[in-house]
Design a protein around this ligand. Sequence first.
Ligand SMILES: O=C1O[C@H](COP(=O)(O)O)[C@@H](O)[C@H](O)[C@H]1O
Length: 223
Amino acid sequence: MEFIEYADREMLFLSLANKVAGELGQALRSAGHATLAVAGGTTPLPLYDLLSAVELDWENVTVMLTDERCVPEDHPRSNLGQVRRRLLRAAAAPAKVVPLYLHNAGEVGRIERIAEAVTARLPLSTLVLGMGEDLHIASLFPGSPQLAEALSPSAPVVVEVKAPGQPEPRVSLSLPVLRDAMNIHLVMLGQPKREAFESSKGLPADLAPVRAIADNATVHWAE
Ligand SMILES: O=C1O[C@H](COP(=O)(O)O)[C@@H](O)[C@H](O)[C@H]1O
């Protein structure tokens, strides 16, 4: 694990956007295509803004979320809605998208269709994770009835989860998909998240899902 502490948030996001653009460029040069998975929530919004202005061969980049809340895209809590508004515009508008939730599809076979679309875009070239103060990453929440399945080495690529205290069900990339990413960044802002992360050292992944990925990640932190 590499832990990078930045002087401020602006420095963090400029540096991270530069790294992510470099990694996507590398994947595009070597494989002709790249897959970027980004966290939902509020933390990565400045990263979305910066990346949307980067000149890249976006037509050959697929963007997906690390996890999605099961709400329509125009709902304020939709992670994909945020990505469409803040990332998939300007230079990045031509990027392809793989949604993790299909609101208008019937329930039968829905998760299988999503899994198929995700599988076709693996491995992830770059993964940008956030973390909750409860130590969840993506939608791998401590206390979730589906956590053991999502952490298992034989987990399906996407898992439907119920997260304690969260208003809607979710869909999350599973741990094997997250861990197989070629570049893994974990972004945390503020002292409470840093303290939560520090205090998770030594805890098992079922209590602290972030520990399942921390050793493989570059951690970016600013106050
Ligand atoms: O619900 C979620 O929460 C985490 C953290 O969100 P933040 O607003 O504290 O940045 C996020 O990483 C995850 O993708 C999201 O669905």
